[in-house]
Ligand binder design. Sequence first.
Ligand code: IPE
Ligand code: IPE
Ligand code: MG
Length: 238
Amino acid sequence: MVLTKENNKLQHLAIIMDGNGRWATKRGLPRSMGHRKGAEVVKEITRAAGELGIKYLTLYAFSTENWNRSEDEVKTLMGLLRDYLHSDLKEIQENNVRIRFIGERDMLDADISKKMAEIEAETLRNEGMTLCIALSYGSRQEIVSAVKKTAALVKEGDISLNDVDVKLFSDMLYTKGMPDPDLVIRTSGEQRISNYLLWQVAYAEFFFTDVLWPDFNKKILEDIIKDFNARERRYGKA
Ligand code: IPE
Ligand code: IPE
Ligand code: MG
């Protein structure tokens, strides 16, 4: 079956874009070249997701733990991020895409977090796909911050302890208002979650591929979605 907007069953796709460094190393190139190629693939896959009728695309661009990489590599990644925010997102924005960011913004340079806030405000009313970019993101940190927000509301008397339920707690997370991911894809052969959307993936399907992110493309995505479409999601029912 050919996948189209009309027969699409996948509402929210989350991707762990991994393998940029190995892609470059395999070619005798500096890791930065892998990140550069990876950024191009981000553009291609964002476009493809829109064409396939996916409503939410969440991309893991930089984790809290990635701050522990060499100063050089962090600098390269932040440079690419600046370019992306200033040029690539421009085109995406024009396609009625709503853009939002999840993660710890205080860690980012001021010009970057300012630009992020601008983009979010400018695209707030767009009704096409939502592109959610996880930047300086760590799921455990997100959960701890949600616990603190919830506790503060109880302490102030704005809510009572009995009001705290799954829905209320979900609304304290950075992903407030977004449905949970239906499918998580991780590239590069690693089979781990690396502090990504721990709460939100409670019932997600997973797909691990050996393809390195810079080699990922629309055709591969379509094949993975076909696999996903054939799965039976039971949610605990018999
Ligand atoms: C993913 O590629 C990009 C980021 C984590 C920022 P990596 O840089 O992790 O590439 P590998 O895993 O070292 O190959
Ligand atoms: C996860 O990849 C984070 C991103 C893709 C942005 P990593 O390459 O940082 O994950 P680990 O360290 O191999 O678990
Ligand atoms: Mg990696």
